[in-house]
Structures are given as structure tokens and as C-alpha cells.
Design a protein around this ligand. Structure first.
Ligand code: SF4
Length: 64
């Protein structure tokens, strides 16, 4: 089953790390924070999604 990615905007400090790590999954939203572009993570992006989750300094990203 595909993993799901969530980004909690209340925790996001707009550092941009997730976009740098995986621009296919995370992009800037109109409010200056980041958004997840998809809910289900494509298989070929699972490693990048996990890296973004581990790299987020505030724990705003969960992949499960
Ligand atoms: S890495 Fe985390 S804090 Fe930084 S922009 Fe992405 S979601 Fe926001």
C-alpha cells in the first residue's frame, strides 16, 4: 500500500528543506509555507519522502 505524506502547516517554519530535498512532493503555497503536492507517495519517491521527513527541523512532515 502506498505511503501517505502529511505536512502540518502550523509547525512549518518555511525553511524550504523539504522542497530542496524533494521538489516533486513539496512546493511553496500561496501563504508562504510549504504544501504536500500529493497525498500518496509514489513508490519511486519513498526514499526522498523519508529523507524530507527526517530533515524537517520541526517535525512538520509525517510519512506513514
Ligand atoms: S522542512 Fe519542515 S519546516 Fe522546513 S519548509 Fe518543509 S515542512 Fe516547513
Amino acid at each position: 500500500m502506498a505511503k501517505k505524506v502529511k505536512l502540518d502547516k502550523d509547525l512549518c517554519i518555511s525553511c524550504g528543506v523539504c522542497n530542496a530535498v524533494c521538489p516533486s512532493l513539496f512546493d511553496w503555497d500561496d501563504d508562504g509555507k510549504l504544501k504536500a503536492l500529493v497525498e500518496e507517495v509514489p513508490a519511486d519517491l519513498e526514499d526522498a519522502a523519508a529523507e524530507a521527513e527526517a530533515s524537517c527541523p520541526t517535525g512538520a512532515i509525517t510519512v506513514e
